[in-house]
Design a protein around this ligand. Structure first.
Ligand code: SF4
Length: 375
């Protein structure tokens, strides 16, 4: 039975208050990323954020991120999560097991499930639909935010179908938001080294474009701190901006740094994680270059609490998810789970009023600086 339970999204991309003073070009963006004093860059980005969102409010979502399988044949070189089918800790969850996880998270306050998994040839499109139906049956009020563009490309290949048909099938199931994972760095040179078998940069962008045209809203992501050059980061942002000019389908931009532990690329590069200042620079640059994106996320989760807080005064207006389950970065030795109370405190200590949102970035609950709902 088809359902349209998720189809309540607000209109795409609001212009906000005021317009940006200019559109930055690639040369200016590279200059800002590499040479502009950090304080100046943060100030510019914060001013742009306050023009778009004049309230000193920072949003967060209460979500859970179960992975339905860790079996993957794509073997990205930065990944510590994937397993081969014969590995002793390889798993594929049943729809009932996924639904039980979502139910447990819902009992702790989750409103959204971000559902992703490895590229497992044994998981077919019917299985995806079974996951969606099982979650919807047990938790009809939980928003289902499933499957990254790279997973869609893999599923289309597996099912010998055009990607558009796979997208449409999921959309017809009542799903209308997609996490923008798997973008990494959208330049062929970098992808050839870090994820040669994954959806190409073109395929990732084409999948987002098709999804937006069907009616999905998606996020956009970036993973830096491995073999990319600064110019690749700039190129990545401009490719996102160009696509957003055509579709207005991206809700937000989310960046995180490569976590080297446990991955083949980490062993090869043998380097330390990048300095948090780079994260703050990327957040600020994203706010300035992505002048057609409503939301820029600063994540306490993937970096550190101080870096996440600095991002909030460098252009970000969203603090991401209060993750009630996360496995991918956990496998890379990076564990950060928090409560809603923790996240509200972190936001308040950065000088903002926290507000809980849904997956369309609509505010569903506001809190004052003391963390209590307004009278
Ligand atoms: S990042 Fe995703 S696609 Fe790549 S190896 Fe890991 S699970 Fe597979």
């Amino acid at each position: 039975m088809k359902s349209t339970a998720n189809h309540h999204r607000p209109p795409a991309f609001s212009q906000g208050e005021g317009t940006p003073p200019q559109r930055y070009d690639r040369r200016q963006a590279l200059e800002m990323l590499t040479r502009m004093p950090l304080g100046e860059l943060m100030g510019l980005a914060h001013a742009a954020r306050m023009r778009r969102w004049p309230q000193a409010r920072v949003t967060f979502v209460c979500d859970t991120n179960p992975n339905y399988t860790n079996i993957c044949v794509t073997n990205c070189r930065f990944c510590a999560f994937c397993r081969k089918p014969a590995d002793p800790d390889a798993y594929t969850l049943t729809p009932q097991q996924v639904a039980a996880k979502v139910q447990a998270a819902r009992a702790r306050g989750a409103t959204t499930v971000l559902l992703q998994g490895g590229h497992n040839p044994a998981v077919r499109l019917q299985d995806w639909l079974a996951y969606i139906r099982a979650i919807r049956e047990s938790c009809p009020d939980v928003h289902i935010h499933p499957f990254s563009p790279a997973e869609y490309v893999f599923m289309a290949r597996r099912e010998h179908m055009p990607v558009e048909k796979v997208l449409q099938t999921v959309f017809d199931e009542g799903v209308d938001t997609i996490p923008g994972g798997g973008a990494e760095i959208l330049t062929p040179r970098v992808r050839a080294r870090i994820a040669p078998a994954k959806a190409s940069a073109e395929q990732w962008l084409e999948t987002c474009e098709s999804a937006h045209r069907i009616g999905f809203r998606t996020t956009a992501t970036l993973m830096y701190g491995h073999i990319e050059a600064d110019a690749d980061i700039v190129d990545h942002l401009f490719r996102l901006r160009d696509l957003q000019d055509r579709t207005c389908g991206f809700t937000s931009f989310i960046a995180w740094s490569f976590k080297p532990d446990g991955s083949p690329l980490g062993r090869e590069l043998a380097h330390q994680p990048v300095h948090p200042a780079k994260y703050v620079r990327i957040i600020a640059l994203a706010r300035l270059v992505l002048d057609n994106f409503d939301h820029i996320q600063s994540s306490w989760f993937s970096e550190s609490i101080p870096a996440g807080q600095l991002g909030l005064v460098a252009g970000a207006d969203d603090f991401g998810g209060v993750l009630l389950e996360e496995n991918v970065l956990l496998e890379a030795g990076h564990q950060r789970l928090a409560t809603v109370g923790d996240v509200k405190t972190i936001i308040r200590r950065a000088g903002f009023a926290p507000a809980q949102r849904d997956s369309y970035y609509t505010v569903i609950r506001e809190f004052d600086v003391s963390g209590q709902p307004p009278e």
